[in-house]
Design a protein around this ligand. Sequence first.
Ligand SMILES: Cc1cc2nc3c(=O)[nH]c(=O)nc-3n(C[C@H](O)[C@H](O)[C@H](O)COP(=O)(O)OP(=O)(O)OC[C@H]3O[C@@H](n4cnc5c(N)ncnc54)[C@H](O)[C@@H]3O)c2cc1C
Length: 451
Amino acid sequence: MLERTANRPRVVIVGGGFGGLTAAKALAGAEVDVTLVDRINHHLFQPLLYQVATGILSDGQIAPPLRSIFSDQTNLQVRLAEVTGFDLERRTVYAVTPDGERLTLPYEFLIVAAGSAHAYFGHDEWERFAPGLKSLTDAHLLRARILGAFELGAEAPHDSDRERWLTFVIVGAGPTGVELAGQIAELSRRLLGRVYGSMSAQNARIVLLDAAPTVLGSFPQRLQEIAHRDLAEMGVEIRTDAEVTGVDGEGVEAQDKSGRRFRILARTIVWAAGVEASPLARMLAQASGAKVDRAGRVEVHPDCTLPNRPEVFAIGDMISLDDLPGVAQPALQEGRFVAQTIRARLRGRSKRKPFRYFDKGTMAAIGHRQAVVDAFGVKFGGLPGVLVWGLVHVAYLVGWGNRLGIVGRWVWAIAARDRRELSISNTAQITAGHAFSEDGAASSSERAAVQ
Ligand SMILES: Cc1cc2nc3c(=O)[nH]c(=O)nc-3n(C[C@H](O)[C@H](O)[C@H](O)COP(=O)(O)OP(=O)(O)OC[C@H]3O[C@@H](n4cnc5c(N)ncnc54)[C@H](O)[C@@H]3O)c2cc1C
């Protein structure tokens, strides 16, 4: 709880994700009054979101409330509000609370860490049929679609309908797409035969599509090959060099390298293909004269400040700096760096040091027994990969309760071959986005082009 001290510099932090949370923690004990504003009440550990979507973890385990995290930090208050604008001249942030109250938040230092959102490459109409995975709401929707597809596929009167329910297309073969494809394959294997008696895992078709020539395009070639092999062994159909040209309630259309078009009929489509920066990045750019790149990220100075605004920092997924990727490590390290910069300024040190990134590597899980890791020049997969992946993720979670709880769930999922979070909270989500024909069967034109 904030104990306000007159005349202390005010720091406003926008966003309680990886970057904002780290900056806020690193300002604990500093002679400043910190206000952390977020439009959600929790810190979301996005790397494990797919495990909520596939029934392994519960919401609370990856999304502790910001107020609980900071209950002991006396120089910080949390505000639940959506930031709508900035007046950099007047050093003011504008926000609106869920009940419509307009907030005006003055600052001496501003840190903006508002992250990114899905990008549909100019086809926002696809979102309804192919939701992405970025929030707890997205994870619930996806879980409803996957489990709903099992429910309705098990009872479908026509084979063609059953096939559509049990075909899952994941667009985008980066780490999120690979992790989701692997988990849907495992879920099918675990659940279909045992719980939905009339079916077996063979009934499920999981297709991973990407316009790039390989899965995990940003990883070293050896790890791409391991991931490809592991996914194929799990039954995932990989279609690379396939650019998506259309998405609707009954499937996906794509085009291969030779220009040949094909269509996959599916009722569960997931978008894991691209992201763009928070709209706040463009607002900051317009207000400060900074540039934005093609992904809408604001270009910052080497010390993460905006042009002519040494008191305004932007960090994480929403910035363009040194070609750093939009993953957790840059956000975490930038958060710590800007907090240290503010502390140094408070001590009267005005020399501006550039941010230096320490590359700790990259990793992706494929299934319970497979993950690929590229860290400090060492590249490996298999069980050692899973162990390192698990340790690293647990280390970065917030709170010991969540760490232990999550390890418990993993052990349960492997040992008991079961998952604890398999409820559908809103059955309307199963069919939202589908366009049903009268008999539920494919039309003749669809049959012609189906693969
Ligand atoms: C499904 C998924 C899996 C991922 N897996 C990995 C992985 O395995 N490894 C890895 O390194 N990275 C992974 N990432 C990427 C990683 O999560 C991001 O790079 C990281 O979260 C970026 O941190 P950030 O602080 O910039 O933004 P975020 O963590 O996204 O935080 C942004 C915060 O700003 C808030 N916000 C946004 N707009 C406003 C507004 N207008 N007003 C108020 N608040 C606002 C949001 O609510 C959010 O809390 C994954 C991402 C996703 C979506």
